[in-house]
Write a protein that binds this ligand. Structure first.
Ligand code: UDP
Length: 328
């Protein structure tokens, strides 16, 4: 077992699922979250909680005592269209705040850093699965704000005694199958979250953003990955670094694409209800297909997904939403 672990954004969707697994594995975890998009109730029992902002360098320096050996950095903004409308707040929150955190971690002698990166660093890569060697070409300030942090980590690891893993998430969805936590964000823009809001009567309908793409059924194709598998990838990445593994950038997807229509059909099967989905125009900035080439993470970390099943992903998302709004 290593030292203490700081989890920024540990009251959020992916951070809280990961914090739970770290606590379950016997780690001492400190969650730092400003609760802007997270929820105190998602923080696992057994983790310490500091309510504060990851941009607060004095607070970071206070928290990061020499008994910390790792930082897992989830805190950040993540809505692509918002990043187009307000790029500077994305560069502040995702890039400047990461700079402050990396610098404080290095000064405190923290050895390992795990970073929430994104498939948005690739941009429109065409229809082939994207490998970690596909040149990044982010199409949004969001993707660029994350890519710059990857570069800061690369350069810092070359100069200092720090190793890191940047995990490039594909489309994360689903919820803890035991019902302890799931997605809580208010103004959701993600397909599965929106579709379950329709199914649970919180929205009248949803819109399929374009059915004229060059894909098998004309709708957009993405690589949906269950949040617990993603959380497990973080735990394995930390084990890997603690065992002396060198720094890596790794795709985190299943390597399998599902279309918007396939996602909706899976939800209709597991719920036995019809999703009221209208077809509308393409959403600006969307690309036809984004699927991971995902063999490197399996080979390096021994990561073996347990929830690689679209019906299971949408069912856990729906079960959580029902529970969250008191229908479950
Ligand atoms: N999508 C859709 N309707 C919605 C939200 C999303 O048709 O209300 C589509 C979107 O065009 C894309 C896929 O669902 O093809 C996944 O979009 P999401 O916003 O969940 O994730 P992204 O891939 O944009 O990060």
């Amino acid at each position: 077992m290593g030292g203490k672990i700081l989890v920024t954004g540990g009251a959020g969707y992916i951070g809280s699922h990961t914090a739970q697994l770290l606590v379950d594995a016997g780690n001492e975890v400190v969650v730092l979250d400003n609760l802007s998009n997270g929820d105190r109730a998602l923080i696992p029992d057994g983790a310490a909680f500091v309510e504060g902002d990851v941009g607060d360098r004095a607070l970071l320096a206070e928290i990061l005592s020499p008994d910390f050996d790792a930082v897992l950095h989830f805190a950040g903004y993540l809505v692509v269209p918002d990043s187009v409308a307000d790029p500077l707040s994305y560069y502040r929150n995702n890039t400047l705040n990461s700079h402050g955190l990396i610098e404080t971690a290095v000064n405190a002698g923290v050895k390992h850093f795990i970073f929430s990166s994104t498939a948005a660093t690739y941009g429109d890569a065409g229809t082939e699965p994207v490998t970690e060697d596909t040149p990044p070409n982010p199409a949004s300030p969001y993707g660029r704000s994350k890519l710059i942090t990857e570069w800061m980590l690369r350069d810092t690891a070359a100069a200092h005694d720090l190793t890191y893993v940047a995990l490039r998430y594909f489309n994360v969805a689903g919820a803890d199958p035991t019902g302890r936590r799931g997605q809580v964000s208010k103004n959701a823009t993600h397909l599965i979250k929106l579709a379950v809001e329709v199914l649970t009567g919180q929205r009248d309908h949803m819109t399929i953003f374009g059915d004229d793409y060059n894909t098998p059924d004309g709708t957009g194709v993405r690589d949906y990955i269950h949040v617990v598998d993603l959380a497990d990838a973080h735990v394995r990445a930390l084990d890997y670094l603690r065992r002396g593994g060198d720094s890596q950038v790794l795709n985190c997807g299943y390597g399998k694409g599902s279309s918007v229509k396939q996602v909706i059909a899976a939800l209709e099967r597991v719920s036995n209800q019809k999703v009221n989905a209208l077809t509308g125009p393409r959403r600006p900035g969307d690309v036809a297909e984004v699927v991971a080439e995902a063999s490197r993470i399996r080979g390096l970390l021994g990561w073996q997904p347990r929830y690689d099943d679209l019906e299971l992903i949408v069912k856990t998302a729906l079960d959580w939403e029902r529970k969250r709004i008191g229908q479950g």
